[in-house]
Design a binder for this molecule. Structure first.
Ligand SMILES: [Zn+2]
Ligand SMILES: [Zn+2]
Length: 745
């Protein structure tokens, strides 16, 4: 037998990477193992930490205190999840303490109740004394006929029943029940009960797969599990049915699975579809759960009582036992990226976790895969399977691109780009009792300069990013490298007078549409109208019931909606997103337009899509109009590859953001970060880094803090890894580091 270790290395949920050494008291030795939670004393009180290693010798010479408690019978983190925490810390340059904190749900970090929230228990009345014969019964219950009624009711229910059921539903007397207990004929037990707000949800089992879907399922099952797969299915091709069929095979083989969906897609319908296949084996991890519900779902998975976890980003950490597969639905969705440290991407974390679990499969799915994923496909590191047709062979809707420079507009619309063509289509749909969806890209905040005649947009010569107009000091600025230029009066291409453009808001659009179509019932969906729990879901239910004629909103309305009566989809202004100061502006616009176009023509009436733009020849618009991811990637990838200014996926990218109350000081910090990076690049990494900036972030000020950023690019992932790990050890609080950022605003 190995002599038991006397010291434990414990990582605390704070922004530091180092472990602290604690002594293991004899009585706790069985429960202090790597991955276990322990309560340890710190300077001010106590905290919950995670054991990362055991030692015979103390690794530090400081004053070593004993561990005070070890509440886990089984370690909270498996080896694979502990490994995933280490990977996140190393890859994203996040302190290990924060990486581990992200993996366990909040309630399990409470030092006041280290065992986690109490498990919900139900009080159950159990008959303990038998009163067999009728004569005896008459004797025992002689003076209390109500006790006899209660006794016989429980007897009829099999000898035990929840108290709430007896009292609330059967209206039995609580006094009589107490009497039974006093008489020694029954006792009250507490029985653990999992709180599951989704317990009642279920829809009928899914229909049989189409030939196309069956072919994809078979091909994926024949692919080695260690190769991640991408299901590239057009909108309406039934990707979810394919996921569920694959997961059914996984669960039937005795393994567990995780299904990741974007937060906004985690609707009761989604849950019902999954429960329709897996029933009570499903644990839903939703951000709206209470602490108790969250802890219950986590514990049920950890014990193997539930085997399928469904949830947004953080469900990638679900403690599913014998994990066999992770599905990442809508893998291109920006919500998979965590906005605070550790800034992980759930898709990449899923791939790493599957590797650590050994033999688990990763299944990505999208109608508009990210360029990163497409690129991995081109390199052969991901196997791609196509679902090129909609269910029922319904055609994808035709997309009409309307050139805002020349198309005739409705005069009453004023500043709102509202053409006769879109007006006629929306009016026609309303007259026929059909529905319309209007997308307004995003609330604009960055003003760019465009020529109204030829559509040319001024961009930075170094970065190929649209320049943004500033008032003070007056001029145009690049938000990547800081390049400045005067605001041009005339177009550099055709000599026409230029125009300053700023995106208009969804509220303005709603006002206009309401006055244009006074009889129409309009619903608006954006961040302002969906801040409460399930709010977006309630709006969509109204659309589904036909209580809304026009649904308008931001990118929220582009995803996953399936309304057969929607026959017209209009993208009111595709340009705000197209000329965003972000290298992914074209990709986002392509995905958004292609996705929202996919909302039309879901039913037998068919549908049409109208895209209004001043850049009708832009490859993002053309490819979206053709529903062609391939065409988009073929045009976009060269624009991110040298000799063009390189961007992911041809290089890796890390963003450093300095923020502070004082503008000059913040800029100076960013200046020092850039200098440190340039020095590291030349002295340590053989010139492997390209450093851009510092420059003010496109969102220059946020919640009272000035923001400056520095971008670092490198073809070698290893060089960026060394940079973020070197930075992690400096732990500079005014600067955040974001590897593989999805937003550069
Ligand atoms: Zn021009
Ligand atoms: Zn630039």
């Amino acid at each position: 037998m190995i002599p038991s270790a006397r010291y434990a290395e414990v990582v605390l949920p704070v922004p530091v990477s180092r472990a602290y050494t604690y002594q293991i008291p004899d009585g706790l030795a069985d429960h202090v193992v790597p991955g276990a939670r322990v309560v340890v004393p710190v300077r001010r009180g106590a905290v919950v930490g995670i054991v990362t290693a055991l030692n015979d010798q103390p690794s530090a010479v400081n004053d070593i205190k004993p561990i005070s408690a070890a509440p886990d019978a089984e370690p909270a983190l498996s080896d694979a999840l502990l490994g995933l925490g280490r990977w996140m810390s190393d890859y994203y340059g996040a302190p290990l303490g924060l990486a581990l904190r992200a993996i366990l749900p909040g309630p399990l970090w409470s030092v006041a109740r280290p065992e986690g929230p109490n498990e919900a228990a139900e009080r159950v009345l159990v008959i303990t004394g038998r009163v067999e014969s009728l004569l005896e019964r008459e004797r025992v219950f002689k003076r209390s006929p109500k006790r006899r009624v209660a006794y016989e009711a429980v007897e009829a229910l099999g000898g035990s029943a929840p108290l709430s059921h007896l009292v609330d539903r059967l209206n039995l007397s609580a006094t009589a029940i107490d009497g039974l207990v006093r008489q020694g004929l029954a006792r009250v037990d507490r029985v653990a009960q999992t709180r599951d707000p989704f317990a009642g949800l279920s829809s009928p089992p899914p229909p049989t797969l189409t030939a196309d879907q069956q072919r994809v399922v078979a091909a994926i099952e024949a692919t080695p599990a260690e190769t991640p797969v991408l299901i590239h299915g057009v909108t309406g091709s039934g990707k979810t049915l394919v996921y569920l069929d694959l997961l059914r095979g996984v669960v039937a083989s005795g393994r567990g699975a995780i299904l990741l969906v974007p937060e906004i897609a985690l609707t009761p319908q989604t849950v019902a579809r999954v429960r329709g296949v897996f029933g009570d084996q499903v644990a839903v991890l939703h951000s709206g759960l209470s602490d108790g519900e969250r802890a219950d779902a986590w514990r049920a998975l950890r014990r193997g009582e539930r085997r399928v976890a469904v949830g947004p980003r953080s469900a990638v950490f679900a403690p599913v036992q014998r994990l066999g597969a992770i599905v990442v639905d809508e893998e291109h969705d920006a919500s998979y990226k965590q906005g605070s440290a550790p800034r992980y991407h759930a898709r990449d974390a899923a791939i790493e976790r599957a590797r650590l679990e050994g033999g688990a499969r990763v299944i990505l799915g999208s109608a508009t895969p990210s360029l990163e994923t497409l690129d991995l496909g081109l390199q052969g590191r991901i196997a791609t399977f196509a679902l090129p047709e909609r269910i029922g062979a319904r055609p994808l809707p035709p997309v009409e691109v309307i050139d805002l420079k020349t198309a005739s507009r409705v005069p009453e619309a004023g500043v709102i780009p509202w053409t006769e063509a879109l007006d006629g289509a929306v009016g026609g749909a309303l007259a026929r009792g059909e529905q319309a969806i209007l997308l307004l890209n995003r609330r604009g905040f960055a003003t760019f300069v465009q020529c109204p005649a030829c559509g040319d947009v001024r961009s930075c010569p170094n970065c190929a990013i649209a320049l943004t107009v500033h008032q003070t000091p007056a001029g145009m600025r690049c938000h990547y490298c800081g390049h400045e230029a005067p605001v041009p009066e005339k177009c550099r291409v055709c000599g026409n007078l230029t125009q300053r453009l700023r995106g208009l808001g969804t509220q303005q659009l709603e006002h206009f549409v309401a006055s244009r179509f006074p009889a129409a019932r309009i619903a608006r969906m954006d961040l302002d109208t969906t801040s409460t729990k399930w709010a977006h879901h309630r709006i969509l239910e109204r659309v589904a019931r036909g209580e809304v004629d026009i649904l308008l909103g931001t990118q929220m309305i582009a995803k996953g909606l399936d309304f057969p009566n929607v026959t017209v989809v209009g993208v009111v202004d595709a340009d705000t997103g197209l000329h965003f100061p972000d290298f992914r502006a074209a990709e986002r616009t392509f995905q958004l337009v292609a996705q929202v176009a996919g909302r039309a023509g879901r039913g037998p009436k068919g549908g049409r899509v109208f895209v209004q733009t001043r850049s009708p020849d832009h490859h993002a618009i053309r490819a979206a109009a053709a529903h062609s991811v391939e065409a988009f990637a073929a045009a976009e990838l060269p624009l991110r590859t040298p000799p063009a200014p390189p961007y992911p996926p041809s290089v890796g990218l890390v963003r450093f953001v300095a923020s502070g109350r004082d503008e000059a000081r913040t800029a100076a910090i960013a200046e020092r970060v850039a200098a440190w990076l340039r020095r590291a690049g030349t002295e340590r990494l053989g010139g492997a880094l390209t450093v851009l900036g510092p420059a003010p972030c496109p969102i220059t000020r946020l919640r009272g803090l000035w923001r400056w950023h520095v971008l670092v690019k490198a073809a070698e992932a290893r060089a960026l890894g060394r940079v973020v790990r070197a930075w992690r050890s400096k732990s500079h609080r005014a600067v955040t580091v974001d590897r593989d950022p999805v937003s550069l605003l």
